[in-house]
Design a protein around this ligand. Structure first.
Ligand code: FUL
Length: 512
């Protein structure tokens, strides 16, 4: 046993005397590698001390964000273009980016992500490096810049702004050659220097053929370095190191969702190498299958070389397609479906990126706005009143568990421990909301909500991971005493928020 291992054991046992939030001496920002032949328990404990970078933490706390898929596809009624479209087809008649941003803000979104260029290669800003853009269209007499209009509208509505730039480009003649990487970096530089702060850069995984039938080898490391240099606070998503695609476009995340997942030696070496450079990307190119269930469980850690903080984003469209199609006006997801998606994404330790594709007028359609507003109205009713505010808690003050701060939290006395609450009269509820203090890591592997009936404690609901946020739905119960039982945790659990709510009568069951 090494001295440092002994020292860590001492630190852990000292922790069992404390109840408030504790900043551990051991903290790994973004990633940690495992020394050779480390026992599984030790790997779990190290994984429990991996924390998000500042940009990842800011991103996670947005919770709900919007996606705007708009472009030449909107006018050709397609999902994927060809790169050979006549730009003159792009002719919105009433385009109002402020309506997009207002709709998003009123729905509780904190950011809008715009498809500045989709796979067809058509650019929503007048790029100096191609004519296949809004500059060749009748819209605003060819003088418009939609990226600017959306960035300005976001700022005016208090939203963050993010850019989607498709690496796949069906139009540009250099696609499939080294020169395309220069073209792509030039375009990135335009987007990252001309439109103010960018909160997220989203790279799609699609890599098809260009106009010559060739495929491109993307220089992702160079793209990442460009972003870190020009917009160091932006997260890089999907084909990027900061934010992970949940693995489906259905709106449904995993019941067990670890933000800390195994990393290969290769990934960790790249992170270590670039983090020693002044402007290093600190990055790796994602690899592996993101669709499997439980990416970060003990079985996965057992064979891992190390771990990274790589949180999940759920992207889904409010309509069947990513782009607007008039034929789908009656197929907009219902408020009940959107509420189910909310519980299955934000309620399962993921960020929700919901697509609201504007129509040919250049407006978000009335049907989409109706569903979105209803979803929010009903959810606001459900989450209006945390019933626990009126309870007393043991062994930690309820006020600190019902504020919105991650860093006022209860630290368990052992890796399994219990937090009890008592109401002065019986209360009825059917929703449990929990948050871990992820600024010290994600730890909880198994938990339950129990309530007292006479002399016995019964289980109302149970779950596995918590992470940044976990919400459980269960049949309503009425009781005066409840307890949160942390059954298993990778290190001392740190619980930042506990909420109990009674759902709005307008929440109705829906099927996937
Ligand atoms: C996919 C793309 O191919 C779709 O067109 C859309 O942009 C979606 C968000 O990502 O991979």
């Amino acid at each position: 046993m090494t001295t440092s291992f002994l020292f860590r054991l001492l630190l852990l046992s000292a922790g069992s005397l404390t109840v408030g939030c504790r900043s551990a001496a051991e903290r790994y920002v973004g990633s940690a590698s495992f020394p050779d032949s480390l026992p599984l328990e030790e790997k779990c404990r190290i994984a429990a001390h991996v924390v998000p970078s500042e940009r990842q933490l800011q991103w996670q706390q947005m919770e709900f964000t919007g996606f705007i898929c708009y472009g030449i596809n909107t006018f050709t009624d397609s999902e994927w273009g060809t790169g050979r479209e006549d730009p003159k087809l792009f002719a919105p008649t009433e385009l109002d980016a402020r309506q997009w941003a207002r709709t998003a803000r009123e729905a509780g979104m904190k950011m809008l992500l715009l498809t500045c260029k989709h796979h067809d290669g058509f650019c929503l800003w007048p790029s100096r490096y191609t004519d296949f853009s809004v500059a060749s269209t009748p819209w605003r007499d060819g003088k418009g810049d939609l990226v600017r209009e959306v960035a300005d509208a976001c700022r005016a509505e208090g939203l963050k702004f993010a850019v989607y730039l498709s690496p796949w480009d069906m139009n540009h003649p250099s696609y499939g050659t080294d020169a395309y990487n220069d073209y792509f970096v030039n375009q990135l530089e335009e987007l990252l220097t001309q439109y103010g702060p960018i909160a997220e850069v989203w790279f799609d995984g699609a890599c098809g053929e260009g106009p010559n039938g060739k495929k491109q080898v993307y220089d992702f490391e160079r793209y990442f370095a460009t972003i870190r240099r020009l917009q160091p606070e932006a997260v890089i998503a999907i084909m990027g190191p900061d934010v992970r695609w949940v693995g489906t476009e259905s709106g449904y995340g995993r019941d067990t969702e670890w933000s800390v997942i195994p990393a290969s030696r290769n990934m960790l070496e790249r992170i270590a190498a670039s983090s020693q450079q002044e402007r290093g990307t600190g990055t790796f190119v994602p690899e592996g299958d993101m669709m499997v269930q439980n990416l970060g469980g003990r079985d996965k850690l057992a064979t891992a070389d190390g771990v990274i903080w790589y949180p999940s984003e759920v992207d889904v469209s409010i309509r069947p397609g990513w782009y607007y199609h008039a034929a789908q006006d009656t197929l907009v997801k219902s408020p009940a479906k959107l509420i189910d998606i909310y519980y299955s994404s934000i309620g399962k330790n993921s960020l929700l990126l919901l697509n609201l594709p504007p129509d040919k007028r250049g407006l978000i359609h009335e049907n989409d706005i109706h569903s979105l507003n209803e979803m929010q109205r009903i959810l606001r009713q459900t989450f209006r009143d945390n019933l626990l505010r009126t309870a007393t808690a043991s062994p930690y003050p309820v006020s600190e568990l019902t504020d919105s701060l991650l860093t006022t939290c209860w630290t368990g006395r052992a890796t399994s421990d219990t937090l009890e609450f008592t109401f002065d009269r019986p209360q009825t509820f059917d929703r449990l909301l929990l948050q871990e203090n992820i600024t010290e890591g994600q730890r909880v592997e198994s938990f339950a909500l129990e309530y007292r009936q006479g002399d016995t404690w019964l289980t109302a609901a149970e779950g596995t991971t918590i992470g940044y946020k976990r919400i459980l739905r269960f049949p309503g119960i009425t009781t005066q005493d409840i307890r949160i039982v942390i059954r298993q945790s990778r290190d001392l659990p740190q619980i930042a928020t506990v909420g109990l709510y009674q759902s709005s009568p307008e929440e109705v069951e829906t099927t996937k």
